[in-house]
Design a protein around this ligand. Sequence first.
Ligand code: PGA
Length: 251
Amino acid sequence: MRKPLIAGNWKMNGNRGLAAEMLQAMESSLDQTSADVVVCPPFSLLQSVGECFENTPVFLGAQNVHAQLSGAYTGEISAPMLNEMDVKWCIVGHSERRAQFSETDAIVRQKVGILLQNGIQPIMCVGESLEEREAGKHEEVVVEQLKNGLSGLAADDQLRCTIAYEPVWAIGTGKTATPEQANSMHLVIRNQLAELSTEQFATKMRILYGGSVNADNAEELLGQSEIDGALVGGASLKTDQFPGIITAAKG
Ligand code: PGA
């Protein structure tokens, strides 16, 4: 049985106060859920959000990392720096970074590697655009991103990765994939993971769905056999939404 994981991606939003408000709002959901809960604030808030979640079950996550360990990379943050902040998870390959910051599959693969070397679990995002889905290429695109992003990883390193399937057309649009569309892509992903390592390892890996998840649609999406959690953007900033998503995650 895979333990569900609910991760909130604050993107370039939030402030010190939000973590405290969210923690208060999440209290009873955290008591009831069997899920791992991760909050990924912007870099500048890692310290204060981390302090707020100290001695709680909520893990601290980051939204990005640089592919190199150190050096002349003005404005960037390395995996050892994240580790020092007690960051346990890090999103890589988000479609916004792929589209706006030229993050290629090769860069994603480097980032996955550097995170694993530094004891941080990657949440690697994959997903097709609307044009790719309409052209019937969605599975091909996702499989390619998956193969490239995990290429050459030892099976036990692969096992430490979480995959987030986020169809680009569903992100921030209020338009979710249907539970059936999402579940069928998750199955494609799991089969590919089995090919990359072994079926036994693939069965243990968590595959999250992301794209307009909210407190109303979470239960149905998370009820699908292959959906092991959610990567939540907009609703992770809302105290009347995120707790309900956590409650909907049953192990
Ligand atoms: P959304 O974002 O929940 O606002 O659609 C999801 C994401 O970008 O991870």
